[in-house]
Design a protein around this ligand. Structure first.
Ligand code: PBG
Length: 323
């Protein structure tokens, strides 16, 4: 035998030498949930270890994470039912919980990156990402609402927006709207290949944002489709996206690799709430080693080609990294 692959596996130092992929806290983007009130912290039952914070405690949590080396965050709001309507007015109202939170975070922590969410669902009385009429999700009518939201977020201090809605043409529409309002430096992390997935369940619990009727299959992608992700890639690139995202991550590693091979833009992957919940639930039952399963799945996402990993494991990873 001339080739013996086991020679390069025989000691920890050799294994480290030939290691092809290494995780860093710099890869991690930590999604956080904000709620109204002060001094309020609410555990999300289906996401052990994850909480919704009022703005004052959110600032403390970001401070603690920043001390662990986490520099990138995403933020999603839980909007009280009484503020929801069919046109998501609350999404661009000055003085809203979310815009105030963006302002508070970006002025207190100018050195961090905060991805702010552009989609109607947290504010929509229909629980959908677009305007609903006669049971249909309207595309072109939704775009101006998204633009108002993006501009309001930029005015509040956002430097990176994440349209998570999957309306056609929204990246270009938002790019033009931001440029027109003097925000040409505000970046867009496009949810390029966002699939209609069962793995978003715990997130919808966290925000109480589940659709009130039907599902999201007329705008989110069919999990069976791979080539279609390339259509979305070409559109988002042409429309001026700064990052391309794949969501979910673990059941879509092939899509991450596909986008990596077909674009020069940075690729992000969203390791979603259900993917987090699965590992946590199994670990709580003693069915697998949660820490090892976390590290292995984060590694697989990076190995597949993602440069940015949105993950609820970010803090745990950072803590482990420090230890
Ligand atoms: C909706 C949105 C969803 C997530 C982020 N933005 C859920 C959905 O499409 O219903 C899910 C994230 C997660 O599951 O962690 N705009």
């Amino acid at each position: 035998m001339l080739q013996r692959p086991r020679r390069n596996r025989q000691s920890a130092v050799i294994r480290d030498m030939v290691e092809e992929t290494r995780l860093s806290v710099k890869d991690m983007l930590f999604p956080l949930f904000v709620q109204s009130g002060t001094g309020k912290q609410t555990a999300i039952a289906s996401m052990p270890g994850i909480n919704r914070y009022s703005v004052d405690l959110l600032l403390k949590e970001i401070d603690a994470c920043a001390n662990l080396g986490i520099r990138s965050f995403a933020l999603f709001p839980q909007v009280e039912e009484s503020f929801k309507d069919s046109i998501a007015s609350e999404s661009h109202r000055k003085g809203s919980l979310y815009l105030d939170a963006i302002h508070a975070v970006s002025s207190r922590f100018p050195e961090i990156s905060l991805l702010t969410d552009v989609a109607m669902d947290p504010y929509s009385s229909d629980g959908h990402d677009g305007i609903v009429k006669d049971g249909q999700i309207l595309n072109d009518e939704t775009l101006p609402v998204l633009a108002k939201m993006a501009i309001a977020q930029a005015q509040a201090g956002s430097r990176l927006i994440g349209p998570s809605d999957m309306m056609d043409g929204r990246v270009g529409y938002l790019r033009e709207a931001l440029d027109g309002a003097g925000f040409s430096n505000v970046g867009i992390m496009a949810y390029t290949a966002k699939y209609a997935s069962a793995f978003y369940g715990p997130f919808r619990d966290a925000l109480e944002s589940a659709p009130k009727f039907g599902d999201k299959k007329t705008y989110q992608m069919n999990p069976a489709n791979r080539r279609e992700a390339l259509i979305e890639l070409e559109l988002d690139e042409a429309e001026g996206a700064d990052f391309l995202m794949v969501k979910p991550a673990l059941a879509y590693l092939d899509i991450i690799a596909l986008l990596r091979e077909n674009s020069h833009l940075p690729i992000a992957a969203y390791n979603v709430s259900g993917e987090y919940a699965m590992i946590k639930a199994a670990a709580q039952n003693g069915w697998l080693d949660g820490e090892k399963a976390m590290l292995e799945s984060l590694l697989s996402i990076k190995r597949a080609g993602a440069q940015v990993i949105l993950t609820y494991f970010a803090k745990e990873f950072a803590q482990l990294n420090q230890a």
